[in-house]
Design a protein around this ligand. Structure first.
Ligand code: BV8
Length: 266
């Protein structure tokens, strides 16, 4: 068990930090797989917490579906507007920054994220595969001009935010968030890019995911089968923990800067 820091956080043993730094520091192809936990220290509640966090009235699993949107477009649209405002109001945390800085130290770094916020982008990571789309983008519900038919809502002059989802400027039907809902296929290009990346990777760094959502949760297994070394950063055990070589059981905003510092110290 690690020492406790002044906030009472369990500190991760130095030996594990240095073991992770050694493995990551010598990687030829690092893939970083992130989930909602990497944004937690920016102030964005995770899905697990959402059930009793800021979204206590809404179960993300029930609202993040095409059926929920068709049943109540304004409720779902307003929930996403609420989440967009939350993301706009926060900043990337030291965990996002450390992941971006790894690109200066290693030959190849790819971030494969389940998150729909734009915090990895704002932190400066340059090679990002977004498996579940983007909270900050909107599209025609029917992709009437082709997949995806993106719509710049800010440019819709006659749009009143109190009216729920805007009308598509092309076909007049609903505009929706450009995210992947439960029951929807992931964007073909993103999933195949992620699979290729984990098959080539020699080290996978899994940060802040419960490992419950498919097909993202299968990527660490795929990497393991291909012979990669797995490292996890998560204060709690996840579905991925049994697979990993090194588990850093602490918050990513604290642990990742420690790993980065250990790599720099070489
Ligand atoms: C698909 C965008 C093919 C939307 C998201 C039955 C019917 C239909 C589908 C299914 C079914 N059974 C299974 C499925 C597949 C389904 C699925 O996985 N369901 C689950 C419930 C089992 N998947 C799909 O539907 C996918 N599509 O499979 O298509 C298909 C089609 C039809 C039928 C069958 C198959 C689409 C999945 C994408 C859904 N969209 N997001 C939105 O955001 O509104 S997923 C959403 O939830 C997030 O994007 C995120 O990816 C996910 C939550 O997972 P995590 O990121 O892991 O977050 P979580 O809160 O769970 O965990 C946080 C972790 O952080 C914890 O471990 C915690 O300990 C840790 N943590 C906390 N603090 C910190 C920390 N870590 C580090 N530092 C800290 N400080």
């Amino acid at each position: 068990m690690g020492r406790m820091d002044q906030e009472g956080q369990t500190m991760v043993d130095e030996s594990r930090i240095h073991e992770a730094a050694r493995l990551i520091g010598q990687s030829d192809h690092l893939v970083i797989l992130t989930g909602a936990g990497v944004s937690r220290e920016s102030g964005i509640p995770t899905f697990r917490e959402a059930l009793d966090g800021l979204w206590e009235r809404y179960d993300p699993m029930l609202l993040a579906t095409p059926q929920a949107f068709q049943n109540n477009p304004k409720l779902v649209w307003d929930w996403y507007e609420y989440r967009r405002e939350m993301v706009r109001a926060v900043q990337p945390n030291p965990g996002h920054a450390a992941l971006a800085e790894l690109e200066d130290l290693l030959p190849s770094v790819v971030v494969v994220t389940q998150n729909v916020d734009d915090l990895h982008q704002r932190a400066g990571s340059s090679d990002i595969v977004t498996l579940h789309g983007s909270l900050m983008a909107s599209k025609c519900f029917f992709d009437c001009q082709g997949q995806p038919t993106l719509v710049d809502v800010a440019a819709l002059l006659d749009y009143d935010p109190d009216d729920g989802p805007p009308a598509c400027p092309h076909c007049g039907r609903w505009v929706r968030p450009a995210v992947v809902w439960f029951g929807e296929m992931l964007p073909e290009g993103a999933l195949s890019r992620a699979i290729t990346a984990v098959e080539v990777a020699d080290v996978i760094l899994v940060v802040g995911t419960s490992g419950l959502i498919e097909p993202a949760a299968s990527l660490p297994r795929l990497a393991r089968q291909a012979g990669a070394t797995l490292i996890e950063v998560n204060p709690r055990a996840s579905q991925i923990t049994p697979l990993v070589d090194v588990w850093l059981a602490g918050p990513s905003g604290v642990v990742l800067p420690q790993v980065l510092q250990a790599i720099r110290a070489g």
